[in-house]
Design a protein around this ligand. Sequence first.
Ligand SMILES: Nc1nc2c(ncn2[C@@H]2O[C@H](COP(=O)(O)OP(=O)(O)OP(=O)(O)O)[C@@H](O)[C@H]2O)c(=O)[nH]1
Ligand SMILES: [Mg+2]
Length: 280
Amino acid sequence: MILMIWIPTEELKELDEFQQLVPKMFFIYLVGTAGSGKSVLAGALENWLVSMELSTTVVNLDPGVENPPYTSDVDIREYVDYGEIMQQFGLGPNGALVASLDMGVSYTSDLREEIIGLERDYVIVDCPGQMELFAYRNSGPLIVSSLCMHDPSVSLYLLDSNIARVPTGYLSSVLLGFSIRIRFGLPQLNVISKSDILSEEKLEEILTWTEEPFVLEEAINATADGLIREYSLSILQLLEHMGSQISPIPVSGQNMAGLDILYGELQRIFLGGDNLYEMG
Ligand SMILES: Nc1nc2c(ncn2[C@@H]2O[C@H](COP(=O)(O)OP(=O)(O)OP(=O)(O)O)[C@@H](O)[C@H]2O)c(=O)[nH]1
Ligand SMILES: [Mg+2]
């Protein structure tokens, strides 16, 4: 005998709305300056999560990438043709990226549908490298918020070791990180990418810059002068004023260093155990 249970349409709707709110997936957006190692880290993080038996979807949001170092499960290139847009509208590389992302906005529900269909625990989203185009035009933040909707999400901001190894480079990278955090409005975790190129002493020094700002101040005084020094010290003061900073996590997509620590920190944010990363 088949038992039929009738649920009124109104209640079904409520149940559906409730299910929409239940976290199903954890989104990790990889953002950072061009060439900071986002794509390599996306592939490495996928491998690490899968080795821990955690199912993972990798999404490529860069319409212009040719050979990403991973096999994307969901890809914006399936919806917008960067080369074709460049040719058809006579655009240069940046203009074509802007046009591709603007067009990509109309496909976000298709991208999300694909992601949901895969039913995996983690969603790693590899974002385009031209931060000034992706983060500061409206389409980038719109794509980001439409993909994750209410699912727990983190933006993973990469400070490139090549830039962050000198005091003014570190300072300006952290400042850019705050700016990106404002644009995306997501909890953000900073990582020092390509940590394998730094000596242990250098890495230790960089980490001290966050923990003990006066050490960074001394380093700025020793390496910069004139207006650059003045600007740098003002920015340092501003960053201190902005409150508690969490030390960036050193990671290497190349040798997988730091991914276990990164995972622990991501969990703390996803499971709400630490609100230090939330927007104030
Ligand atoms: N030593 C070292 N090199 C790395 C690492 N990750 C990336 N690279 C190198 O840095 C370069 C850029 O890496 P990508 O992962 O393509 O950087 P990206 O941020 O995705 O670049 P765009 O998408 O073009 O902005 C490549 O030459 C990589 O081999 C790393 O962990 N260690
Ligand atoms: Mg990339």
